[in-house]
Design a protein around this ligand. Structure first.
Ligand SMILES: *Cc1c(COP(=O)(O)O)cnc(C)c1O
Length: 376
């Protein structure tokens, strides 16, 4: 029997740059006592991100959720919004807290919204589509754009998982009206907590800057009712520093993903998808589908058994939004999402994971399979 991991192996592990480098980056805060409110690091980080993401406009936020909330507000949406149930609850909360009704559309085998089912859900009340590049898998951007133009809808992408992803050589944030990135500690690229909106229409910039700062437009003027969603100098400094490591981190994630592919491909009942050739992936997550009849146990049983080996995978995204207490009243015809939610398991992957760790996870899954299926 393979020995368990000595330390718990979690589904992710936050990347941390060398401590001294962070201290160096924040030393100016001690010199100038400018801790937040669009300080020098905030300004510098916005510029650096514009470069990195080839973005026309970037607005930073204290987290991804309030960034998404601000995106929906600034576009003055009302009525219904077509979205996916296969996501983190933040997506749906942002829609509902803006007074909008989420209309859930089913997903495809890559877990993104099924663009061929969007049109049948459009009504007189529909004003926008909020798709999610879930696990960093790009949605069908061209088709969604066509639908949006035909019905005059806004498109706001939840790109929380998709930092660094490119489609046909174009960074993922360049599509739709606005894209939201999350820089939460558990994401591929992080600023401890943080988020950003990326958009082409520069006229949105002024209002987004107001929305994240109580609607205050001057020392004696308040233009809007709003909240506080500013990114502080420590977050921005972490972001500037982490940009130095992002490419190497994605490269290592690629290596780890390939290791998983190699080692899991011959285990029956474990399905892993690879992305299409025109997509530059960020290898943010490692979702696999468990087929009970072939693997020998259910997703839930595998999840529990792996804990015995000190491996903490995650059932992303289970339960579906529509099966939570908060959204109990919402009905949807989403068989593919339901099928995926019952079978999906995200295996550990993080920026400084070693090949040895990935191989050991695979060997353990192999052992679990053979002992269950063949009793050896
Ligand atoms: C993380 C995440 C968010 C929210 O981002 P925060 O920065 O944690 O507020 C929104 N949508 C999805 C899909 C996420 O994974």
């Amino acid at each position: 029997m393979i020995s368990k991991f000595e330390e718990p192996l979690l589904v992710t592990r936050s990347f941390l740059p060398p401590f001294e480098k962070f201290v160096e980056k924040i030393s100016n805060v001690w010199d100038n006592r400018w801790l937040t409110n669009q300080g020098p690091s905030h300004q510098q980080f916005e510029e650096r991100l514009k470069d990195y993401l080839h973005a026309e406009n970037v607005t930073l936020f204290t987290n991804g959720h309030l960034a998404l909330d601000s995106a929906l507000r600034v576009l003055r949406l009302h009525g219904e919004v077509i979205t996916t149930p296969f996501t983190f609850v933040s997506t749906t909360h942002a829609i509902v807290m803006n007074g909008l009704k989420p209309v859930f559309c089913d997903i495809k085998s890559d877990y993104t919204i099924d663009e061929d089912k969007i049109e049948s859900l459009i009504t007189e009340q529909t004003t926008a589509i909020v798709p999610v590049h879930v696990y960093g898998n790009p949605c069908n951007i061209q088709k969604i754009q066509k639908i949006a133009e035909r019905y005059n809808l806004k498109v706001i992408y939840d790109a929380a998982h998709a930092f660094g992803v490119e489609v046909d050589g174009k960074p993922i944030g360049n599509f739709g009206d606005i894209s939201m990135f999350s820089f939460h500690a558990t994401k591929v690229f992080h600023t401890i907590e943080g988020g950003a909106l990326v958009y082409n229409d520069e006229t949105l910039k002024k209002e987004l800057d107001l929305l994240k700062n109580f609607g205050i437009s001057g020392p004696e003027e308040i233009e809007l009712v709003s909240y506080n969603a500013k990114m502080n100098e420590f977050q921005a400094a972490m972001g500037i520093l982490n940009l130095d490591y992002i490419d190497a981190n994605i490269e290592n994630r690629k290596k780890i993903t390939q290791e998983y592919h190699r080692n899991l491909s011959d285990i029956p009942g474990i399905a892993m998808k690879s992305s299409a050739g025109n997509i530059k992936s960020n290898y943010a997550y490692l979702p696999v589908l468990i087929d009970k009849s072939e693997f020998g146990m259910t997703r839930n049983q595998l999840y529990d058994t792996m804990i015995g080996y000190n491996i903490y995978s995650r059932k992303y995204f289970y339960p579906l939004i529509t099966n939570t207490t908060a959204y109990a009243g919402y009905n949807a015809n989403i068989p593919n999402a339901e099928h995926a939610a019952e079978r999906i398991l995200c295996l550990p992957i993080f920026s400084d994971m070693t090949s040895e760790q990935a191989v050991k996870v695979c060997d353990i899954i192999k052992e679990i399979h053979y002992t269950t299926k063949h009793g050896v």
